[in-house]
Design a protein. Structure first.
Length: 392
C-alpha cells in the first residue's frame, strides 16, 4: 500500500480549525473606501490600511490607467535584465525626496523589501537585534540572512542596551531592526533612544515605516520625521500599499546603500519589477501626500475622536484599549473564540474590523484602523457596536 505523502496537510488543517486559528478570505466588491460591500451587505470599514483613502482616489486610479496605456500591464522582467521605465526612477526619487535621503529603491512589496535588504546587509558572521513585536517580514528577513538573531522585549531600550553590551563585539556587523509604528498594537518605537544606542555601539539600524509613511510627521514623511530622527543615518524601509494606496515596497537611505542593494538584494534582482500601474499610482499618491496635508489632519482628527469615544465608553470597552499613538487602535479580548464572535457580531451590525488571533499576535484582539475618509457617525456606530458586544 502506498503512503499518501500529502496526507499530513489535511491533518494539519484540522489542527488549525480545532485551535480556532483557521483563516478564510472574504470577497469585497467595488472600490476600497470607508464603506465597502461584502456579500451584498454595506459595511463601515475599520479593517483597511488605506489610512488616507487613496486606494480609491480617482487621481491615483487615473495615473495607473495612463501608465498602463503608455507602458502596458507588466514590467516583463527583472529591472536589471529587462530595464525599467522612467516612472520607476521617478518614484524612487520622489520617495527619497519625501524621506530626505540620497536615494531609494523600489521592491515589488514591502515584504520583499525587508527580505532583500536584511539578507543583503548581514550574514553568518553578523548579529541582528530585533524588537520582539516586529513584523513577520523583518523576522523572516532576519532568518533568511543567516545572522545570529536575538530579540529584545517590546520597546525595551535597556534590554537592547544589555544585548549590545553583551554580544556586539563578538560579531562583525550588527543590525538593529524595529518597526516605527507597531502594526498589531499601534504604539511607537522609542526611536531616538534606539538611534543613540545604534550610534554608540556602531550598529546599522533598519526601521520599518510601513504604517508611518504618509501618516506621521508635518510633511507626511513618517514616524522618523515625527520622532525627530530625519538625517540620522537610518535605513528606512516602507510600503506603497498602506497610506499610499498602491502596491510595492521601498528602502530609502544613502546613494551607496541603494546602489549596493541593486547589486546584492536577491528579492530585487531575481524578481520582476513593479508594474507600471502600481508605480504610477504610488507616484501620484506621494504627490497628493505632498500637496494635501489636510488629509493627514483629517485622519488625526478622526483618530482623536474615536479614541475619545472609546476612552469615555463603558468600562468593559474602555479598559480593553491598548496604548496607541497611531491610527491603529486595538481592544484586547480573552481568547480566539471571543475575538471571532465579536468580529462576527460587529459584521452583523454593519461594521468591519480585524479580528486578530495567535499566531499573528501573542493575544487575541480587535484591530481597528482609522481612515481620513471616515465620518464621525462611522466612529459612533463602531463604539455602539462594541458596547453591545463587550458587556463584561
Ligand atoms: N512591514 C509592516 C510593519 C507591515 O505591516 C507590512 C504589511 N502588513 C509589511 C511590512 C509588508 O508590506 P507589504 O504589504 O507591502 O508587503
Amino acid at each position: 500500500m502506498s503512503i499518501n505523502p500529502y496526507g499530513w496537510i489535511e491533518e494539519s488543517l484540522r489542527t488549525i480549525h480545532r485551535a480556532k486559528w483557521y483563516r478564510s478570505v472574504q470577497e469585497i466588491m467595488g472600490r476600497p473606501g470607508a464603506v465597502v460591500r461584502i456579500d451584498g451587505q454595506e459595511l463601515i470599514n475599520f479593517a483597511s490600511n488605506d489610512y488616507l483613502g487613496l486606494a480609491g482616489d480617482s487621481r491615483v486610479i487615473a495615473a495607473a490607467i495612463e501608465a498602463t496605456q503608455l507602458y502596458g500591464t507588466g514590467a516583463t522582467g527583472s529591472r536589471l535584465i529587462t530595464g525599467h521605465r522612467p516612472i520607476h526612477r521617478e518614484l524612487e526619487r520622489a520617495i527619497a525626496a519625501l524621506k530626505q535621503t540620497e536615494d531609494a529603491i523600489v521592491f515589488s512589496s514591502g515584504y520583499l523589501a525587508n527580505l532583500g535588504a536584511i539578507s543583503a546587509l548581514v550574514g553568518k558572521r553578523d548579529l541582528i537585534l530585533s524588537d520582539q513585536y516586529n513584523h513577520a517580514s523583518l523576522k523572516n528577513g532576519a532568518i533568511l540572512s543567516g545572522a545570529m538573531v536575538l530579540e529584545y522585549a517590546h520597546g525595551d531600550v535597556e534590554g537592547l542596551k544589555f544585548l549590545l553590551e553583551s554580544y556586539r563585539n563578538a560579531y562583525r556587523r550588527c543590525l538593529i531592526l524595529t518597526d516605527t509604528v507597531f502594526s498589531m498594537d499601534g504604539d511607537l518605537c522609542p526611536l531616538s533612544k534606539v538611534v543613540e544606542l545604534g550610534e554608540t555601539y556602531g550598529c546599522m539600524l533598519l526601521v520599518d515605516e510601513a504604517h508611518g509613511t504618509g501618516v506621521f510627521g508635518d510633511r507626511g514623511a513618517g514616524a522618523v520625521e515625527y520622532l525627530g530622527c530625519t538625517g540620522r543615518g537610518l535605513i528606512q524601509m516602507g510600503t506603497l500599499s498602506k497610506a499610499l494606496g498602491s502596491l510595492g515596497g521601498y528602502v530609502a537611505g544613502s546613494a551607496a546603500l541603494v546602489d549596493f542593494l541593486r547589486n546584492r538584494a536577491g528579492s530585487w534582482i531575481y524578481t520582476t519589477g513593479l508594474s507600471p500601474a502600481d508605480t504610477a499610482a504610488g507616484l501620484e499618491a506621494i504627490a497628493i501626500v505632498n500637496q494635501e496635508p489636510q488629509r493627514r489632519a483629517k485622519l488625526w482628527q478622526n483618530v482623536k475622536y474615536l479614541k475619545q469615544l472609546l476612552v469615555e465608553s463603558v468600562p468593559s470597552v474602555a479598559s480593553r484599549l491598548l496604548p496607541s499613538e497611531s491610527p491603529i487602535l486595538c481592544l484586547q479580548v480573552p481568547d480566539a473564540q471571543t475575538v471571532l464572535a465579536v468580529g462576527e457580531g460587529l459584521k452583523a451590525a454593519g461594521i468591519l474590523v480585524g479580528a486578530v488571533r495567535p499566531p499573528t499576535v501573542p493575544t487575541s484582539r480587535i484591530r481597528v484602523t482609522v481612515m481620513a475618509t471616515h465620518e464621525k457617525a462611522h466612529c459612533e456606530r463602531l463604539v455602539e457596536g462594541l458596547q453591545s458586544l463587550l458587556k463584561s
